[in-house]
Design a protein around this ligand. Structure first.
Ligand SMILES: *Cc1c(COP(=O)(O)O)cnc(C)c1O
Length: 220
């Protein structure tokens, strides 16, 4: 497994405008530094504590993405530095993020995680839940969080047609939301979808950020 080569072949494979978040969860710092040495700066983790530890010990110019579910009591660990929180799925979490944003005197960019998979276990908001958040008074008063788009995880399946239709659904929903709520908002522009097994489909369907772990760092 050559990390730099894996990265290069994925980067060659995707449009320049697509952001590749290298998912380094469970992987040691020396492997992250291999990717870093090859020029990569965008990394993703799914546990707040692990993310905080790696942020403290690794170069300051790394852009860190929180890609996993965030417990409200862990927000303070990542609020000072996180570049993008991918999986916001409640008003409660948003309210804590906003509070920590204020404390840290920064605006924390985030994506709403939308439930697009068939499995019930996956986290994420329904369309109705998201509309009720966006229409709430509480949401309109948040000063230190910034919606940057949507994130979704497809069903864990070999059925490429199924995956494609879930990604297509997310893109269509994004377009509708953009029109209804974010028409004049240039910062609401991202769709985070696609992992090692399905990032090509995600890009074809309009994804702007892909989150790739095992195809870069090997299996976990
Ligand atoms: C682990 C993880 C990924 C990366 O998965 P791979 O199949 O290893 O590419 C992407 N997104 C989320 C939310 C993850 O937890």
């Amino acid at each position: 497994m050559n990390i730099a080569e894996n990265l290069k072949s994925i980067l060659n494979d995707i449009p320049e405008t697509t952001k590749l978040v290298a998912v380094s969860k469970t992987k040691p710092k020396d492997q992250i530094m291999e990717a870093y040495a090859s020029g990569h700066r965008f990394f993703g983790e799914n546990k707040a504590q692990e993310l905080q530890e790696k942020w403290k010990e690794l170069p300051a110019d790394i852009e860190w993405h929180m890609i996993g579910h965030v417990q409200t009591n862990k927000v303070k660990l990542i609020a000072p530095f996180v570049s993008l929180v991918h999986a916001v799925d409640s008003l409660k979490l948003l309210s804590v993020l906003n509070k920590e944003g204020i404390k840290n005197m920064r605006i924390i960019p985030f994506l709403f995680q939308i439930h697009i998979a068939q499995e019930e276990s996956k986290f994420g908001l329904s369309i109705d839940e998201l509309y009720s958040i966006l229409n709430s008074d509480e949401y309109s008063e948040f000063s230190n969080v910034k919606a940057a788009g949507l994130m979704g995880m497809a069903t864990y399946t070999d059925d490429k047609g199924q995956i494609r239709s879930e990604f297509r659904f997310l893109k269509q929903f994004y377009d509708r939301l953009k029109k209804d709520f974010f028409a004049d908002d240039e910062e609401f522009k991202e769709i985070s979808m696609g992992m090692s097994g399905d990032y090509s489909i995600a890009i074809e369907e309009g994804g702007t950020i892909i989150r790739v772990g095992s195809s870069i760092f090997g299996s976990r």
